[in-house]
Design a protein around this ligand. Structure first.
Ligand code: SF4
Length: 162
């Protein structure tokens, strides 16, 4: 049975930077009941506390953080890149351990966002980009979906299981 790596905040866990959560989503509850869900909050797993100051990547490209070209900075200017990279490494370890090929990650997070991100100006400006964990997973061949793409994720799961 295919497992799915899921952002913990989408499961109602209060791990968001502001102490909040999302969901849980109906489809996700079914996948949980089937035992498919492997939950992770990369930022908490990387050692950051909750609540924590919001953080963004200049230009919104998580791959640049993985390559050491860009920092993740909090709104106060603290460099939290190491924690973000540690969280991405935890995600890769789970992928390896469970043979994961699909992920459901929270949209527009500097760790989890898969298609869009904030641009580093803390003004709510969106750019095409991805978070640090999303970039690491993509490089490892994991298909990353957001909570805005649940039908696509369900189709990908069906395709894998035939
Ligand atoms: S979006 Fe990702 S890093 Fe942020 S709280 Fe949710 S699981 Fe954690």
């Amino acid at each position: 049975m295919q497992k799915i790596l899921v952002s913990r905040c989408l499961l109602g866990h209060r791990v968001r930077y502001d102490g909040g959560a999302h969901g849980p989503l109906v489809l996700l509850e079914r996948w949980q009941a089937e035992g498919r869900v492997v939950a992770l909050c990369p930022e908490v797993a990387g050692g950051l506390p909750t609540p924590r100051p919001p953080a963004e990547i200049a230009g919104g490209q998580g791959a640049g953080v993985l390559d050491g070209r860009l920092p993740v900075l909090t709104v106060d200017g603290e460099d939290v890149s190491a924690a973000f990279i540690a969280g991405a490494e935890q995600a890769l370890a789970l992928v390896e351990r469970h043979g994961i090929r699909l992920a459901l990650l929270k949209a527009r997070s500097p760790s989890c966002g898969n298609r869009e991100n904030y641009d580093g100006s803390f003004t709510g400006t969106r750019v095409a980009g991805e978070g640090v964990t999303a970039a690491a997973l993509r490089r490892a061949g994991v298909r990353v979906f957001s909570e805005e793409q649940l039908p696509e994720l369900e189709a990908a799961l069906r395709e894998l299981e035939g």
